[in-house]
Design a protein around this ligand. Structure first.
Ligand code: SF4
Ligand code: SF4
Ligand code: SF4
Length: 403
């Protein structure tokens, strides 16, 4: 296959993998980031357990090892947030706009912002608990709500802090290619550090370039490629635009990009699958102890159904009340991503039954799923519950389970 065909097929492959990843694993980037958070927080709190955190370790360490070996294939091929950036930039180009010209110097400074954000999250939020990124303060959380094909959540999420940040990111992505990835993404900062050690690199001999700087002007991440014979920058996301546009076939990848990208994508999907399987095994081995404290509880005996707003849509539960107490909660349906929901469901339902209250602690890293379960139980029992991710009011929608 000649070079032009090869680079053309990489572009096609990239788009296909981006679409598949967007549809199949839209929240993968948040999963990796929150896996990092849970490992870090577990170590910090002294609660880290190899067996309990195996799925998180598998996902986080696996994606880091893939990055060290092959570079940022995740960013170029698999990340749905990055794919959104590519799509918005495509619209800018399609409409004949040029976007915003940022000088090389300013671009270089702004790229350091993501490291500052990463440090703030690790120290400020994860270490000193100055805020909670699981809540509506995060643009990723709001993106998760709108990235589900076939459902259109309320526009009110756009008027949360996370929603307004997402709108700013979208506006920035129309103006600057991969705006969020270049300047703001904390996960991108981790990948950028690790990918400096990558084995798989783009090569271009400057002696063959003459005065051409085409690849520099087309680089998705604004890397000054004219300075390199071999691209060592951690900013490179393996998009292969440089190899595609080079008129002299001088910019090329060392390795077969199609094969490496396919293997990287398969490895990531494998990690997610193995992590989910392990999470389910751990979950099914964890005994749930539920003690109903009295037989004179506050609720009217019966079985009720209710709904609540989870991360991606409605969670529906059936709640059984005997002798005035909540004795059983069964999830009838949910729309959240399985890894998050599985993480929340046993702990939240057990705590609701133990405390006989719908206001229990959300599970860290699965706040939205936890809120959806709590709200659906409250809705079934007709008790009030203020779900921050809901447009619905629990009170008055469900059956009358409260005495
Ligand atoms: S930099 Fe962040 S948002 Fe961009 S592709 Fe990478 S992980 Fe996704
Ligand atoms: S160096 Fe090439 S592969 Fe890397 S980000 Fe720039 S255009 Fe994409
Ligand atoms: S596009 Fe090709 S010829 Fe032009 S600067 Fe880049 S590597 Fe050199």
């Amino acid at each position: 296959m000649d070079n032009k065909k090869k680079t053309g097929s990489v572009r096609v492959w990239r788009r296909i993998i981006q679409v598949i990843s967007f549809l199949a694993l839209p929240g993968l980037f948040t999963s990796i980031f929150y896996a990092m958070k849970e490992i870090y927080s577990g170590i910090l709190a002294g609660t880290f357990s190899l067996s309990a955190m195996f799925p998180q370790l598998l996902l986080f360490l696996g994606s880091m090892i893939i990055t060290i070996l092959t570079g940022r294939f995740f960013c170029g091929f698999l990340c749905s947030f990055g794919a959104m950036g590519d799509f918005l930039w495509y619209l800018t180009k399609k409409t004949g706009k040029k976007g915003l010209k940022v000088s090389e110097k300013v671009d270089g400074w702004l790229k350091n912002l993501k490291y500052v954000i990463l440090m703030f999250i690790i120290l400020g939020i994860w270490t000193f608990h100055l805020g909670n990124l699981d809540s509506m303060t995060g643009p990723w959380a709001v993106f998760g709500m709108y990235s589900k094909i076939g459902s259109l959540p309320s526009v009110r999420y756009l008027f949360t802090t996370g929603g307004l940040l997402l709108l700013l990111i979208i506006a920035g992505s129309f103006l600057i290619e991969r705006f969020f990835c270049r300047y703001l993404c904390p996960l991108g900062a981790v990948f950028a550090i690790l990918s400096r050690f990558r084995l798989f690199r783009i090569k271009k001999e400057r002696s063959k370039c003459g005065s051409c700087r085409l690849c520099t002007s087309k680089c998705s991440m604004g890397i000054p490629l004219y300075q390199y014979d071999t691209v060592t920058s951690g900013e490179c996301i393996d998009c292969f635009e440089c190899t595609s546009v080079c008129p002299r076939h001088n910019a090329r990848a060392n390795g077969a990009p199609v094969a490496v990208s396919a293997v990287s994508a398969a490895a990531m999907f494998g990690l997610v699958y193995a992590g989910n399987t392990q999470a389910q095994m751990v979950s099914s081995q964890t005994p749930v102890t539920v003690q109903v404290q009295s037989n004179t509880g506050n609720y009217i005996d019966g079985t009720y159904t209710g709904t609540g707003q989870g991360f991606r849509g409605e969670t529906k539960t059936s709640v059984t009340v005997k002798n005035g107490n909540i004795t059983d909660i069964t999830v009838l349906s949910y729309e959240d991503d399985k890894p998050y929901f599985s993480k929340a469901v046993e702990k939240v339902t057990a705590e609701i039954i133990n405390s006989q209250s719908t206001e229990v602690d959300a599970v860290s890293g699965a706040t939205f799923s936890s809120n959806g379960i709590m709200e659906s139980v409250a809705n079934a029992l007709n008790v009030s519950y203020n779900n921050p991710n809901s447009t619905l009011k629990s009170e008055g929608r469900g059956h009358h389970g409260k005495k």
